[in-house]
Structures are given as C-alpha cells and as structure tokens.
Design a protein around this ligand. Structure first.
Ligand code: DU
Ligand code: SF4
Length: 234
C-alpha cells in the first residue's frame, strides 16, 4: 500500500454521520463568493511531498476552504498564511494555494490533519477524532522512511500526533508533553534504536483567530519553520 491508495480509501469514508451531513450541507449552501463552484465535500487527503521530512499536522478542513477545494489548507485565510510561510522558507514553489489543480508543489513537506472532514465550528468531537485517527496513523507510517519532524499546528494536532506516535513505538514521555508555541520533544523509537530521532514541534494554529489578533505573526511561524528545517536536515 502507498499514500495514493490510502487517499483513495480515505475519500470514500462516511464513518461520522454529523461530519458527512456538515460537509455536504456547507457544499449545498455555499458562500456567495463561491456560488458558481462545486465543492469537494468529502474527506481531504494530505498534500505535498510523498517523501516528506516534515509532516505538518493541522486540525481539520475548513467548510469553505479545503472542504471546497479538496486540498488541505487551500482556499482560505489559514492556508494563505501557511503557504506564504512555506514559500518564504523555501518549502513551496509559490506563496499561494488556490485550488487542487494550480500546480503548487511542496518540497520536503506534507500537510495533513487528524480529522479529514470539515466539522461545525471547527470543533470535532472526541468520537470523531478517535474514528479518524487511523488515517493519520497510516499516513505517518507510510512517511516513516523519510519523516524527521512532525510540526503540530495547535493542540488537537499535537495530541493526535503524540498519541499516534506513542502507539507506533516512539517513547513518548509521561505525562504527555504539553502543547505550546515552540514546544519541542525529541522522540526515540523504543524497539528500533537504529531509527533516527523524531522531533515533535508545536506552533499556534494558522487560523484567523490567531493571525488576525497577532497571537501568531509571520515572524513567529518563520522561526518555527526554520527550527523544523534544521531539525529535519533541510
Ligand atoms: O502525482 P504526483 O506528482 O505525485 O503529485 C501529486 C500532487 O502532489 C501534485 O498536486 C503535486 C504535489 N506534490 C508536491 O507538492 N510535492 C512533491 O514533491 C510531489 C508532488
Ligand atoms: Fe471518515 Fe475521518 Fe471523515 Fe469521520 S472525519 S467521516 S473518520 S474521514
């Protein structure tokens, strides 16, 4: 199995009734600016380099962003902020991500999320997070040969990634390290000491709530990406 077949399986998932209803309802109602568009309205796969050294783990698709375009972080303000930063860091070949067919290429990075369907108010329930967990787990397994840094944007991604990595044999400290902007944890593999360390890095989520209020500035995300690149050997 590879990432393409994981994604092919993922996009057919209907396991969460509330999220299936929401992703389709927002696609029917649409936003005035997107009235002439057909929304993706399905689970959203990870996007970027299949041999990524950095995995960026967000939260969930936005109703009128990735749920519309079918590509992670694409078509909303969160994505505008993130892709501009990835471009400044030399990890994206352009500063904008407009649609799934715009030709954007990431280098060394894959962007993904612990929940793949747009949730009302951007708040997935614990059940929904649990149900979607195996997709992130499988994706990280498939990236394992190359991935050295998992960059979590926000506490939901942080918790999901640490839980998953713990289940995959990485020695996660107890109590589980807490999320914070700039938080960092070096993980060693418990049963395979030959594996290079995996670094967990935390950053505030790129949501408008953070970027419009100045809680997360471009300089702050640039600093985290520089850290991540260094830890990943990019
Ligand atoms: O079919 P493909 O060349 O694997 O590309 C699929 C998809 O992923 C395409 O939209 C470009 C993107 N991508 C990327 O961002 N970075 C890579 O290194 C390779 C592909
Ligand atoms: Fe399936 Fe995940 Fe979407 Fe739930 S959130 S329906 S588990 S893809």
């Amino acid at each position: 199995a590879d990432l393409a077949s994981l994604d092919a399986h993922l996009v057919r998932c209907r396991a969460c009734p509330r999220l299936v209803a929401w992703r389709e309802q927002t696609a029917t109602e649409r936003r005035a600016a997107f009235r002439d568009q057909t929304y993706w309205a399905r689970p959203v796969p990870g996007f970027g380099d299949d041999a990524a050294r950095i995995a960026v783990v967000g939260l969930a698709p936005a109703a009128h962003g990735a749920n519309r375009t079918g590509r992670m972080f694409t078509g909303d303000r969160s994505g505008d902020f993130l892709f501009a930063a990835l471009h400044r860091a030399g990890l994206a070949d352009r500063p904008t991500s407009v649609s799934a067919h715009d030709g954007l290429t990431l280098r060394g990075v894959r962007v993904t999320a612990p929940v793949r369907c747009a949730p009302p108010a951007n708040k997935p329930t614990p059940d929904e997070r649990r149900r979607c967990g195996p997709y992130l787990a499988r994706e990280l397994e498939l990236l394992a040969p190359t991935v050295r840094v998992v960059l979590a944007l926000g506490a939901v991604g942080w918790d999901a990634a640490l839980r998953t990595l713990g289940e995959q044999g990485w020695a996660v400290p107890r109590p589980r390290p807490r999320f914070g902007h700039g938080a960092r944890v070096a993980l060693r593999h418990g049963s395979d000491p030959e594996r290079p360390d995996l670094q967990m890095v935390g950053a505030f989520h790129v949501s408008q709530q953070n970027t419009f209020t100045g809680r997360l500035t471009p300089a702050m995300i640039d600093a985290v990406l520089e850290d991540a690149k260094q830890l990943a050997g990019i």
